[in-house]
Design a binder for this molecule. Sequence first.
Ligand code: HEC
Length: 171
Amino acid sequence: MSKQDTHFFNTFSMIIGGLIVIALIIFALARVVAGRTQEPEVYSDPKYVDSVGERIKPFARVAVAGADNSALVIAAPAQGSAIALQVPKDGPALYEAVCKNCHAAGLVGAPKFGDRTAWAPRIAKGKAALYEHAIKGYVGTAGAMPAKGGRTDLGDELIKAGVDYLVLKGG
Ligand code: HEC
């Protein structure tokens, strides 16, 4: 081995050795820190334990005859909760909330809002026909218009107001 080689080898070993020592120190430090936080603050945190229990609990529960099944009562969602669908207040609001999903971009063959050529032959059928098709649903040559745009929970009058808006402003 030449002198340079020996020198290189020594320096190289020293650096590698130093890096290994640093890595060990970081590892030990991480263990110490985690030992004081991970266990008490995460794994034994009652909130964490509850949330895990909630996530891994069985999907279905079975009522057993003769046993106390009171914990299985299915509670109706509270009135006005986030699950309850919003009821639009008028035609334009209905359009924004429901009809727009298809009629804005012309999805699945829906005549687009503002597309006079697409609306003219439909308007020619008369309001009564359009009301009926919007309320009861309609399968035409372009596609399928679902009854009430899918919101069968809404009243007929509101749907009519939506049709009026669609035809007046968008037809
Ligand atoms: C899932 C998509 C979709 C939604 C949501 C939707 N429509 Fe439609 N609508 C269609 C399609 C598709 C047509 C065209 C059917 C055809 O003529 O083939 C149509 C057609 C119509 C027509 C014309 C019917 C005719 O006789 O030519 C009216 C009026 C109408 N929709 C009103 C509404 C109203 C009001 C709403 C909101 C309450 C609504 N639509 C929501 C898809 C939709």
